[in-house]
Design a binder for this molecule. Structure first.
Ligand code: AMX
Length: 443
């Protein structure tokens, strides 16, 4: 039988040239100026400063690219799971790690490796099962990950004196365990919180992909192919988005060699902010409140008056604007395509269908309203969170839970970057802090 390349093989193939480049930039070019830093960069939350070294994607004026390819190009280039029409999340993950498109065989072997890691430590499951259902889904995941840190293979290797240039291999072990296990832990939280624990130990399919095994533990396994497709589509789109708030948090933790599970939790914690991924929940709540006040088919004038009332209170309109993107969010197009190809959740008569149409219509009205009323907004285009929470909701997920579906995917991106942080030997992060008085003294 021919040997099918594993993810370790694929990373090892990329590693020497990346380490060499890292050393060259660090040593030979260390003094070359990269950017003329201004007071505006400092006052503006480091906006526009190209200072966060990132391996799995890059940003430019056009937005994000993943090893030189756009999301649109990856939609065509990456393989799919047999029987699925969506890009496989495992294929995206492989690509983020290795910069290479996996073959169908590599994808299936990789998925089988992940499926074989479907065991969450019993201590973590017991802790998770003991949590009160009053605790938010996100807090439950974050707390459970903290317990999982007791079982970290990276931390065990660190404590036993493994040399630093080998640590990435142990980080990868944790990362792979977490890619398989975090969705299962998430589904367990769902079972405990919304199903009285029903189905939380349903046997997994060792031949299935992570989306299938997630669906099984969500109680939507064999009979709900559409849910699996939703999860595949959503996860493949959300793994990484450059130096955003949660990735930035994750990097800071990672730079001190913090345990991978705790690092993952740190990224998820800042993801809950409503200006960042928390907007997934907030945009859904906003649209629900709008529909409760104006009905499901409000006039453009009524929507404008509603948005103006939000702005007058000093609130932001969730789902619009972006700290980096200056035009349409590229993730919206595949999500919209998915919705339009699915009659069930978007059925004209259903409440969910009407809600999805309300959001689609708002996305043609609100940007112009914002342009006129908040001229300082750099882009008023809808972002991915304007729609994605409502889509999860249309598939029967509670508002409290929808952020976790995103967290599973973004967490995979964090962990891929974590492995590269160790593989490249990135230093501990330590910017200088500066007070406004110190800035004034330089003028
Ligand atoms: N509603 C009202 N005001 C807005 C706004 C919105 N949707 N978006 C931006 N503004 C305001 C900002 O608060 C800022 O005001 P300030 O100067 O008084 O602080 C001004 O317009 C300029 O903002 P900007 O430079 O265009 O964007 P930013 O980088 O400061 O902020 C973001 C980006 C996403 C935080 C902001 O657009 C926002 O709050 N949007 C709503 C929340 C949201 O949808 N977040 C999800 C983003 C995607 C993600 O990360 N998951």
């Amino acid at each position: 039988t021919t040997h099918v390349r594993t993810l370790v093989d694929a990373i090892e193939a990329r590693l020497p040239s990346r380490v060499k480049l890292f050393q060259k930039l660090s040593n030979e070019y260390a003094d070359v100026p990269l950017h003329n830093m201004t007071i505006g960069n400092v006052m503006g939350g480091m906006r526009g400063l190209p200072c966060m070294l990132w391996e799995i994607s890059g940003t430019s004026g056009a937005g994000i690219s993943y090893h030189g390819k756009s999301l649109r190009e990856l939609q065509d280039a990456l393989p799919k799971w047999p029987g699925s029409e969506q890009v496989s999340p495992e294929a995206m993950l492989w690509y983020l790690y290795s910069g290479s498109v996996p073959t169908q065989d590599e994808l299936e072997h990789f998925a089988a490796d992940l499926a074989s890691r479907g065991e969450i430590p019993a201590e973590v499951e017991d802790f998770c099962d003991s949590l009160s259902s009053d605790i938010s889904s996100t807090a439950q995941l974050i707390m459970s990950l903290s317990i999982w840190a007791n079982h970290s293979k990276f931390t065990a290797a660190l404590m036993s004196g493994v040399p630093r240039n080998q640590l990435w291999r142990h980080a990868l072990e944790d990362a792979l365990d977490s890619h398989a296990g975090t969705p299962l832990l998430t589904a367990r939280i769902h079972a405990n919180k919304y199903r009285n624990g029903r189905g939380r130990d349903t046997p997994l399919n060792s031949q299935g992909d992570i989306a299938e095994n997630f669906a099984i533990r969500m109680g939507r396994g064999a009979h709900d192919a559409d849910f699996k497709e939703l999860v595949r589509m959503y996860w493949a789109l959300h793994m990484d988005h450059g130096a955003n708030v949660s990735a930035h948090t994750m990097r800071l933790s990672s730079s001190a060699w913090t345990d991978p599970y705790l690092t993952l939790a740190s990224g998820l914690i800042s993801g809950t902010g409503i200006l960042h991924a928390g907007a997934i929940m907030q945009a859904l709540r906003y649209n629900q409140a709008m529909a409760a006040t104006l009905g499901l088919e409000p006039s453009a004038e009524a929507v404008e008056a509603y948005v103006c009332r939000t702005l007058a209170k000093g609130h932001v309109v969730p789902g619009y604007g972006h700290a980096l993107l200056r035009s349409a969010d590229p993730r919206l197009e595949p999500i919209t395509r998915f919705i339009n190809s699915r009659p069930a959740p978007a059925a004209a008569s259903s409440e969910h269908g009407q809600m999805l149409r309300l959001i689609a219509r708002n996305s043609t009205i609100v940007p112009d309203v914002l342009r006129r009323h908040v001229p300082k907004m750099k882009s008023t285009a809808p972002n991915v969170d304007s729609l994605s929470g409502c889509l999860m909701y249309a598939y029967g997920l509670d508002v409290d839970f929808i952020l976790l579906v995103m967290g599973c995917s973004r967490g995979m991106g964090f962990m891929a970057q974590y492995v590269w942080d160790r593989a490249l030997g990135l230093p501990i992060e330590r910017p200088l802090s500066i007070t406004m008085d110190q800035i004034m003294s330089k003028l």
